[in-house]
Ligand binder design. Structure first.
Ligand code: G3P
Length: 219
């Protein structure tokens, strides 16, 4: 399973990249706003800065919601760097935009997906990635992981090339459950990735090993 980091924070992206396990980055307008990145020029510069750090795909979201606007913005984003994946919302004109970019070999990520039917449409339109929002479904008492399982079954039935990118991943258990469900990619915050490291028996075991080793060096 590929690991993407879901942030526009350059320090977090650097830390994940330095760990050697990062396969890409996803962003959205809210994550950009959280870092104080506003206005077209600043946003484009920030995407370029992210691309310069990470060794993998970088999702950059269009703001337009009409077909012509999404095409215009998407083409501009795609020209920034070959790592850019144009992120398109799951709306009617978004489906047309996915098809437009797919026909031209430009990578896409269909975002704001909350049902199997939406995921089926995104795959039919040739999306490179589909982003079901696991955490936001859990927030409203729907099982986000069950949606990943459902999409996996449908995509496997018809050998769709679209990759399932589990988004809105909030914690380490989401990551493990996404891996069990066969998600191709998960995107989550640095805290969820680092939490995978933790186990009290690792910490106590290491402390014992180091203490026993120290006994030998004292003789
Ligand atoms: O990038 C989209 C998604 O990952 C947002 O996550 O935590 O705001 O639901 P969240």
């Amino acid at each position: 399973m590929k690991f993407f980091i879901d942030t526009a924070n350059l320090e977090h992206i650097r830390e994940a990249q330095d760990l050697g396990i990062l396969d890409g980055v996803t962003t959205n307008p809210s994550l950009m706003a959280k870092e104080g990145i506003f206005g077209k020029d600043q946003v484009l510069r920030h995407y370029k800065a992210i691309c310069d750090i990470v060794d993998g795909d970088v999702s950059a979201e269009v703001i337009a919601t009409d077909l012509a606007g999404m095409i215009r913005e998407g083409e501009e984003l795609a020209e920034l760097d070959e790592k850019i994946v144009v992120k398109i919302p799951m709306i009617k004109d978004g489906i047309k935009a996915l098809k437009y970019f797919s026909d031209r070999g430009i990578k896409t990520n269909c975002t704001l997906v909350f049902s199997a039917g939406q995921a089926l449409l995104a795959a039919k339109a040739g999306a490179t990635y589909v982003s079901p929002f696991v955490g936001r479904l859990d927030d409203i008492s729907f099982d986000g992981i069950e949606l990943i399982e459902q999409i996996r079954l449908i995509y496997d039935n018809y050998e769709f090339d679209t990759q399932i990118l589990a988004a809105s991943v909030r914690h380490s258990m989401h990551i493990i459950k996404c891996a069990e469900a066969g998600s191709d990619v998960m995107t989550g915050p640095l805290s969820a990735i680092l939490a995978l490291l933790k186990h009290p028996l690792t910490d106590s075991g290491l402390a014992t090993f180091l203490a026993d080793h120290a006994k030998g060096t004292q003789k």
